[in-house]
Write a protein that binds this ligand. Structure first.
Ligand SMILES: Cc1cc2nc3c(=O)[nH]c(=O)nc-3n(C[C@H](O)[C@H](O)[C@H](O)COP(=O)(O)OP(=O)(O)OC[C@H]3O[C@@H](n4cnc5c(N)ncnc54)[C@H](O)[C@@H]3O)c2cc1C
Length: 377
């Protein structure tokens, strides 16, 4: 709704809506679309329609049915991945739950269009800051060099790992970890590869994904290590003779105490750290989180966002965090993880946890089960 109403002496506004969503990535667009479908007015602002988010673009292929997204956006369907530890290798068949690869620029544009089609007002503009006054939030945005004000009941920061909205809240920074990646031209692959171990990505992993006519090669690094040498080692292994430079970008690390809501302002997606630990799958989980937030806004019960997110995802996120701590703690354990995947029964179990068809275990149950397998094998 457009307006230009004077509120008291100083507060004027140009737009008015129930929910202003900052950030037209997968989380913001999914939220906008669901709100529109439920007749909740919302404005989605995105600073760059051509933004190509640094990302492997790998998603569980169930995303199309679950979110009613046209399958044509899929660039490649992957039915196999290889896992490498320093001394072992295993190939995993994914025919039952393939990974879909999307190109983020196209995928993000499509999701914004779907939201718009459902009734969302999409503005290409940059969010600057907000103020709370008289039960409303007033947000300052920049459109074509002009500053405008949007009045809303709620504000949602879905503006990524370095969220500007978050900077004004009591937990201003999101915990995060560095990735170095490069897109190597004229190379292709028909599977995904994951490399574990000290040589390429100590306590984390390195990946190779198909990416358009390029190869997406990257690695996740904990703080304080020589990322330059490690990334060089990895690139020499998977793409020798290539001179493409590595670029850095952050992935959020989930924390059970991460801030989700503070007095009419929500955080969503990377801005709230909703990326699955260990696998670092962000796209699917930030979209699922958007549905939980949409319900809380539709019901006008902000507190339900955190309550219902915890009910649905906390146990699962904690389980993957525990698995990461155990299996990526040393070369010995990384080799053991691959050995477990070489066992058909354990591989199926592992896949079920990843798909979400098996219930995650508690910390104690996880440690006991792994210890039992270690003793047996
Ligand atoms: C190198 C790398 C590889 C990855 N690979 C995968 C993968 O293969 N699979 C997977 O599931 N996840 C992957 N991830 C994680 C995934 O990319 C993120 O979790 C996901 O993009 C989060 O979505 P989002 O909508 O919360 O935020 P984003 O995708 O970051 O979207 C935020 C949006 O907000 C906009 N914005 C920011 N500031 C403002 C502002 N001030 N005003 C207006 N708009 C603004 C941005 O332009 C952007 O469009 C990867 C991450 C990295 C860094």
């Amino acid at each position: 709704m457009h307006a230009n109403i004077v509120l008291g002496k100083f507060m004027t506004f140009d737009f008015e809506t129930c929910t202003l969503i900052v950030g037209g990535g997968p989380s913001g667009s999914t939220l906008a679309r669901k709100l529109s479908k439920n007749n909740i007015t919302n404005i989605l602002i995105e600073k760059n329609d051509n933004y190509d988010k640094p990302c492997g673009g790998g998603i569980k292929s169930i995303v199309y049915e679950e979110f009613d997204i046209p399958k044509e956006i899929e660039f490649r369907r992957i039915t196999k991945f290889d896992l490498f530890s320093p001394n072992k290798k295993v190939s995993v068949d994914l025919t039952r739950t393939p990974i879909s690869i999307v190109l983020r620029k196209d995928f993000d544009k499509l999701n914004r269009k779907l939201a718009q089609k459902a009734g969302t007002e999409l503005l290409f503009s940059r969010f600057l800051k907000f103020e709370r006054k008289d039960e409303f939030v007033y947000s300052y945005i920049k459109i074509d060099n002009e500053t405008k004000i949007i009045k809303s009941l709620y504000l949602v920061g879905a503006d990524g790992v370095t969220s500007t909205v978050r900077k004004q809240l009591t937990q201003p920074t999101q915990e995060k970890i560095l990735t170095i990646y490069s897109n190597i031209p004229n190379k292709d692959i028909d599977k995904c590869e994951f490399y574990f171990g000290e040589k390429f990505a100590p306590n984390e992993y390195a990946w190779v994904f198909p990416h358009g006519d390029k190869l997406s090669v990257g690695s996740v690094y904990k703080e304080g290590i020589d990322t330059e040498t490690l990334f060089k080692n990895f690139k020499n292994k998977v793409a020798p003779n290539d001179n493409t430079k590595g670029k850095g970008f952050y992935i959020p690390t989930w924390n059970k105490n991460s801030l989700l809501y503070e007095d009419k302002v929500f955080l969503l997606g990377d801005a709230a750290g909703q990326v699955l630990p260990f696998s670092y799958e962000g796209i699917y989980y930030v979209m699922k989180s958007a549905l939980v937030l949409a319900d809380a806004i539709i019901e006008n019960k902000p507190e339900n966002y955190e309550i219902n997110w915890n009910k649905k995802y906390k146990k699962r996120f904690k389980f993957f965090k525990t698995m990461q701590k155990i299996f990526l703690s040393s070369t010995f354990m990384t080799d053991k993880m691959i050995a477990f995947f070489q066992n058909e029964k354990l591989q199926q179990r592992g896949l079920q946890y990843w798909e979400g068809t098996a219930q995650p275990l508690s910390f104690i149950q996880t440690v006991l089960k792994i210890t039992k397998h270690l003793i047996k094998n």
